[in-house]
Every structure is written in C-alpha cells, then in structure tokens.
Design a protein around this ligand. Structure first.
Ligand code: HEC
Length: 735
C-alpha cells in the first residue's frame, strides 16, 4: 500500500532510480514509478490537442480550400496523414503507454523493470512523432494509410517498440503477483501483434535514405496493407484500450469485473477473429472473391467477442448507476464503452457487401471511425487522465464542474461530427449511383461535392466543440497539477513470489496460462498468425489469384516519377483508383478494375475515400493542357472544386538523379525493365517530357520539360490505359 508520508531518505533513494528492495519479514518494500506515467500523460494531452488541431484544419480545408494555403506542406494530402498519425500513434499511443505503465506496475506489484528503458521508450516515441510530423509535411510518405512513415522511421519504431516490450516483459517476469490479470493479456497480445503487423507491412526496398518502394505490388500490397490497417484499429486502438478498460473501469467504480469467464472467451475470440477482417476494406475491389468473403464472415463473427467485452465493461457497473451519475470519470468511461459497442456493431454491418457497396469511399466510413476514435479512444483517455492525475499528484481534481462541461461539450461535439457525416455519406453514395429515367447518370461528380459543403461545415463545428472540451481538460489538469504535489516514486509493499505454487482444487483451467507470460505471448502470436497466413500466403503463392494481363506494361521512367509525385502529394487521400463492378461506376468512370492491372504498382493506390472522383480510368480522358490548368488551379477547370492548387509543381524541377535508382529498385521487385535500362532511363524520360511539352505548346502553354508537373501529367495520362476497352470500341462501331 502507498503512503503519502514517505521518509525523505527513501524518496531520495527512489529519485536516483536505483531502488533498493528492502525485505522485512517476507514483505518487499519498493516504489512505483509515477514519473514516467506523468510524462506519458503530458505527452498524451499535448499530442491530443495537436492531432485534433490538424484534424480540424483538414476538415475546414474541405469547406474552404483556401486553407490549403497553396504551399506544399499544408495541403490536405499532407495534413490528413499528419492528423491520422498524430491521433493514432501520438495521442492514443501515449495514452496506451500512460495507462500501461500505471496499471502494469500495480498489477504486477513491481516497479517497471528498467527506468532507463522507460526513458528510452518515452523519448524514443516522442522523437518518432516529431520526425513523423516533419517528414510527412515534407512529403516523405510510403503512401500506405497509417503506415506512411518512411523506412528509417520504421526501423526506429521497431527499436522503440522492442524497448517497450522488453520493459513490459521484464516487469512481468519480476512480478510479485502470480496470476496475470486480464488487462495484461491484452497488453501482451498488443505487443506481439503490433510488432508483427508493423514488420510485415513495412517491408520495403529503400532506394534513397528517405524513400522506398513497398515490397508488395497491387492486389497483394492492398491485402497486406489492409490486414495491417484493420489490425492497427484492432491491436492499437482496441486491445490495449480494452486492457485499460479492464483496469480503470473496475478501479473507478470500485467493483470487480463482471465476469472472469467472459473475459477469457472474449480475449481469445477477439484476437483470433480480428486478424481475418482486413479484406472488408476491399469489398468489390480486384481482391480475389474468396478473400473478400473470409473478411466478411470473420467481421460478422467479431460482433460476439466485441460485445462480450463491452458487456463485461458495462455490467461491471451493475448496481452502481447512481455513482455513474455523480462521478465524471465514470461518465467518460461509460460513454467510451458505449461508443465501443456502437462502433463494433456498425463495423460488422459495414462488412456486409450490400451495405459496404453504399458506405465505401464515402463519409459514412469517416463517421464510423470517429465514433470509435472520439468516443472510445478519446473518452476513455479523458476518463483515465481525470482519474489518474489527481492520484499521482495527491490532490483533488481542480474543477469537477469544468470536467462535466468537458463531458457535455465532447458528447455534443461527437454528435455534431457523426450525424452530418452519416447523412452526407449516405446521400453522396445515392447521388453517385442515381440514374435519370433516360438511363443517364443524374449528377456530375462536382454536384455531389457541392452538396457536401454544409455537412462538412457542421462536422468542423462538431470537431471544434470536441477540441474546446479537450482544451478545458488540459487547463483543468494543469491547475490540478499546480495544486498538488507529485509523488514521483510511490511507496508500496508486497510479498515476493515464492517458488512453489500449490494450485487450489477449484482453479479454473485458464489459470494455468495466466501464470506463464511466455506461453501467453507465444499463444497469442500463434492465434493471430493463423488468419493472416491463411489469407495472405495463397494470394502470393497461387498465380490464379492475380491473373496477369499481357498488355499491362511497366511505367515509363517519367510516369514512374510522376506516380511518386502522386504519392508524395497524398492524392490518394481524396482519390481512389479502383472502379468497382457496378453499373453506376462503369458508367461514370469506365471499365471496372482488374487485378492484373496493378502488378507493377509499388505501392498500390486504390485509396479509401472519394472526396474527388475515381482516377482509375482518367488516362486519356482529357488533353494534357486540361491537367496542366487543373493542377495549377482546379477551380479554373471545375468551378467550385475543393481540390488544392498545386502550383509548386510548376516551379520545382523533377529530381532525375534518382531515376536510375528507382528503376533498379523496381527491377529487384521483379518489374521487367530490360537489363541495364537504369542507365538509359533518363534519356527516355527527357524524350517523353519533351513530347508533353510539345503537346502543351500546341495549346499555347509554355513550360520547361524539366518541371515536376510534366511528370505528373505523364502519369495521369497513363493510369488505366493498359487494357483495351473492348466494350467502348464495340459501342463506337455499333453507332
Ligand atoms: C482535398 C481533396 C483532393 C486532393 C488532395 C486532390 N484532389 Fe483531385 N479532385 C478533387 C475533387 C473534389 C475533384 C473534382 C473537382 C475537380 O475536377 O477539381 C478532383 C478532380 C481531379 C481530377 C479530375 C478527374 C476527372 O475525372 O475529372 C484529377 C485528374 C485530379 N483531381 C488529380 C489530382 C491529383 C494528381 C492530386 C494530387 C496531386 C489530387 N487530385 C489531389 C479533390 C482532391
């Protein structure tokens, strides 16, 4: 137990981080490290505000495109990845570590294994975040959602993650509590699975010190990416937070978890099923059908363990509802768990192909993820902060009233965010697919963009309310910190573990593995490997899964360079390149996309949101001069467009010094450029650039052929032109 009146001598020793364990009469005295928890808490609040601000900027850019400021680092395509990475890895990431470092020590009755590792972990993680923000804004990106960071940072992430795991495992191994509480199972599964996901999805081939190509191409890249992407949701935003729920909810409510058995079933079923669900992000795409179906089936099954977890949380509060009404921490936690329940109900529904056909590529998905992010992750983090900070600082929360205001502003903010986005998504999807009685598409794409404006505006207001609430929390906690006196090293005592363990006759069978962290880790790893392996390996091994098309050829050097600019600018944050086999899409965009068309795409660029129209068949749709004018100022060609201006592409020269290295990297990945082509690639590049310059000159446009825009036009004109559109020629012949 902790006391607030430690002797100053003990504190002195503690601050030196060389804590001597005194053993008196079979009881160890030691200190919990609150300092590291405090640091992670500060980082959580700081990055939370930064990440939300980035989100707010991105949201308003879609209403007022002037907010792109027409300078490269601030356009939507670069700000949006900063927002997603900041809220996931910086806000929630630090939130996880704050909660884990606090709860793990108490659950293990031990100080963290190594103060050095704790520090290394903290500063390592913060530097990754800073590097991420800087490089993403500078345009260094792999173009894979939530895995955008380039290879040197990927390596750094791996190292820091290992430091975290090592520290966590060291603590578990020196614990004074024999059985691992359910929260720790979730932490362990989080650690191994995130490591696996990160390493497999980030497998890439570097060709400069800050640029690489994804090891995988097209369909395979898409599958690996969404196996990762979905499980980032599962094992970064969900399992560690379930661990936190299992620790902090019973603590705050002062009652035991509702059901131990339920927690066992829910844990194993959740981690086993989740891994399979990735393909539900790729329904109706060129991914093989069997993989899509597996994604759907497992997503639907996921409802059971997800709700098992939610119910276990909510039922822990049975009989304590009066307390919930009084206690602001519990209010946050209850809404968090409820939002978790809503999001995990909606997720399986969105995995049904018929529902997904409506929701995919629209703002419906944005609404869905924000119920999870704002409700589940945000509110749980706030609840934990309000609970934990006054305790570490040995004081009361500065103002409960302010915290209640935060609660209501946050809740209102979520409603203002989600409701318009659901509405917008549904409306936009219907508008995209609506035909006139004559059989023509009813709406131009731009008309559907226009219709979104009021909804985007309301979303921005919702986000603002939510952010105001969060800022109030920061002020409130700052004042709490000022009023209190921190206990950086909290005295505790517990009996050491004795060697022999005599099980009770009544022990549940699962108790066995709860005493064996290594087996628990290996067991979790095996359970999560199964689904991933069954979906991914055949997609790589069995040729018929990606039928090749003879007419699909590698990109020319100029197109390849243009494609890299497309990735750099984050065009994929607004544009898909995947025509689904629907009448409405074929009528709008052209022939639906085939798996074989993407075999040289490292990375794939199918996208996940259509703020602008699909570009899979844009090649040849317009003359070069149209793209030229459109990229300079989109609204000049499409009045009312919310696409950013890309004027720096007209001033920057293309970096041709890396062309050879890019070709060689592609060759290593199996793209069939002729041997030695890297040496002459720039010659072809110049020739094609001059040709585009010539085309533009015919339309009275003067530009140097060395400019970046020329490469981008070359790429845009190439997209989707490799397969012959038989249907079209027949139509022309018939007319
Ligand atoms: C903020 C979202 C957004 C971003 C980022 C964005 N676009 Fe767009 N894009 C749009 C919208 C909206 C339209 C439809 C209106 C228009 O034509 O400008 C569009 C239209 C287009 C079109 C015309 C498609 C057609 O079939 O008419 C092309 C080509 C295009 N964008 C290319 C790009 C490229 C290349 C990038 C990256 C450098 C990019 N866009 C980035 C929103 C975006």
């Amino acid at each position: 137990m902790s006391t607030s009146s430690q002797s100053s001598g003990a504190l002195q020793a503690a601050t030196e981080h060389r804590i001597k364990i005194e053993s008196t009469g079979g009881i160890d005295k030691f200190f919990y490290d609150n300092k590291i928890v405090k640091w992670f808490a500060y980082a959580t609040m700081f990055w939370g505000v930064v990440g939300m601000l980035a989100g707010l900027l991105a949201a308003f850019q879609l209403v007022f495109p002037q907010l792109n400021f027409s300078s490269a680092p601030t356009t939507f395509g670069r700000v949006r990845p900063v927002h997603t990475n900041a809220v996931i890895f910086a806000f929630v990431g630090n939130g996880i570590f704050m909660g884990v470092y606090y709860s793990l020590q108490r659950l293990c009755k031990a100080r963290m294994y190594s103060d050095k590792l704790s520090k290394l972990h903290f500063w390592g993680w913060q530097s990754i975040i800073v590097l991420a923000a800087v490089t993403l804004l500078a345009g260094y990106t792999t173009g894979k959602e939530y895995a955008e960071l380039e290879w040197p940072i990927d390596i750094l992430i791996t190292l820091v993650w290992v430091a975290f795991g090592w520290n966590m495992f060291g603590t578990i191994l020196k614990r004074r509590e024999r059985h691992l509480y359910v929260a720790i199972w979730f932490y362990i599964a989080t650690f191994v699975t995130v490591a696996l996901l990160h390493i497999v999805n980030s497998w890439e081939i570097p060709f400069t010190w800050m640029k690489s190509y994804s090891w995988y191409a097209g369909v395979q890249d898409a599958l690996v990416q969404w196996w990762y992407g979905h499980n980032a949701v599962a094992f970064f935003l969900t399992t560690p937070y379930l661990g936190l729920m299992y620790y902090f909810l019973p603590k705050a409510a002062n009652r035991p978890v509702y059901s131990y058995r339920l927690s066992i079933i829910h844990f194993w079923a959740l981690i086993f099923l989740y891994i399979w669900a990735g393909p539900h992000h790729l329904l109706y795409t060129a991914l093989p059908d069997w993989a899509q179906s597996l994604g759907t089936v497992f997503s639907i099954m996921l409802l059971a363990p997800s709700w098992g977890g939610m119910l276990n949380g909510l039922l822990t509060l049975r009989g304590a509802w009066d307390k919930v009404r009084e206690d602001v921490v519990l209010k946050f936690l209850v809404v968090a768990v409820t939002a978790y329940g809503m999001a995990t109900f909606e997720g399986p529904m969105l995995s049904l192909k018929n529902v997904n056909a409506i929701s995919h590529f629209t703002d419906w998905t944005i609404a869905h993820v924000h119920v999870g992010a704002l409700g589940w992750n945000g509110f749980l983090t706030f609840g934990v902060l309000y609970w934990l900070m006054p305790r570490i600082f040995r004081t009361e929360l500065h103002s409960t009233k302010m915290a209640n205001w935060h609660f209501w502003l946050g809740t209102l903010g979520m409603i203002f965010y989600a409701v318009p986005m659901y509405w917008a998504g549904f409306m936009q999807s219907l508008a995209w697919a609506e035909f006139t009685p004559e059989g023509q598409l009813k709406y131009q794409f731009m008309e559907t963009v226009d219709q979104m404006r009021p909804f985007y505006m309301m979303r921005g207001i919702g986000g603002t309310l939510y952010l105001i609430g969060a800022v109030m929390m920061v002020v409130n906690i700052w004042k709490t910190v000022k009023n209190g006196k921190v206990v950086n090293d909290e005295a505790a005592e517990a009996a050491p573990l004795t060697k022999e363990y005599v099980p009770h006759g009544t022990d549940h069978w699962h108790r066995w593995i709860e005493r064996r962290p290594v087996q628990l880790l290996v067991g979790s790893l095996v359970v999560v490997i199964i689904g991933g392996a069954i979906e991914i390996i055949p997609t790589f091994m069995v040729k018929s899964n990606v039928p090749t098309i003879a007419s699909v050829k590698p990109y020319t050097p100029l197109e390849l360079q243009g494609r890299d600019l497309y990735v750099r600018e984050g065009c994929y944050t607004c544009h898909s390149q995947m025509v689904r086999p629907f009448r409405s899409e074929v009528a709008r965009y052209g022939e639906y996309s085939k798996a074989g068309e993407f075999v040289y795409d490292h990375p794939f660029q199918w996208g996940s949101k259509r703020t602008g129209p699909d570009l899979a068949r844009v090649g040849g749709k317009y003359p070069d001069s149209w793209h030229f004018n459109h990229m300079y100022e989109p609204s000049s060609m499409s009045p009312g467009s919310i696409m950013p201006n890309y004027q720096w592409l007209f001033e920057n020269d293309l970096d041709t010094s890396v062309t050879a290295a890019k070709i060689r990297a592609m060759q290593t990945l199996g793209v069939p450029y002729a041997k030695g082509y890297d040496r002459i690639a720039n010659r072809d590049l110049m020739a094609q650039a001059d040709q585009i310059k010539g085309n533009l000159a015919k339309d009275k446009i003067e530009i140097k052929s060395s400019r970046e825009i020329v490469a981008l036009i070359a790429y845009l004109q190439r997209i989707g032109t490799d397969i012959k559109l038989q249907q079209k020629t027949e139509e022309v012949a018939g007319n």
